[in-house]
Design a protein. Structure first.
Length: 156
């Protein structure tokens, strides 16, 4: 199966789902864009190519979070993971055990796996003692990146 190349910025804005290297910097946030995995140099997949078929530009595209070739998180995924950890470090009322519980749960909230329901339970348990500011901030940070099953379980 062949794919178009994609261009996505450091903050996760999809610049193009059809063209690799369509621009060097994001017109929304000014951050550098990527069309290849920073680790193994595999191209970032855009939409599936369908020979002989014109595809409307409104076709749904979900940006990948991890490289299909080496499994490394893309820069926007790593940025979300790092930002979540930084937010956790700002909450002085949260004990280290709760912070670790949340931190370890987050990667499994981003992808649908058998561990996702467990991660949701760990995340919720960890946030029980968190300040409302942390709870709101980390929820806002993760909302656009959560996998569908985590969204369903967290926002029932």
């Amino acid at each position: 199966m062949a794919y178009h190349g994609a261009t996505i910025c450091y903050n996760g804005h999809v610049i193009s789902k059809y063209d690799a290297n369509s621009q060097k910097y994001c017109s929304k946030c000014g951050k550098e864009t990527y069309s290849f995995c920073h680790n193994c140099k595999a191209p970032i997949r855009g939409l599936i190519k369908i020979d002989g078929v014109f595809v409307a530009s409104s076709r749904t595209y979900t940006k990948p979070l991890y490289c299909y070739e080496c499994g490394s998180p893309y820069p926007w995924t790593q940025y979300i993971l790092n930002s979540a950890v930084e937010l956790l470090s700002l909450d002085n009322s949260l004990d280290e055990e709760s912070k670790e519980l949340i931190k370890n749960a987050i990667p499994n909230l981003l992808t649908d796996t058998p561990a996702t329901p467990i991660a949701v339970a760990q995340y919720n348990k960890g946030l029980e003692k968190a300040d409302i500011i942390l709870t709101n901030s980390i929820t806002a940070l993760l909302t656009d990146f959560l996998c569908s099953s985590a969204k369903k379980l967290l926002f029932l």
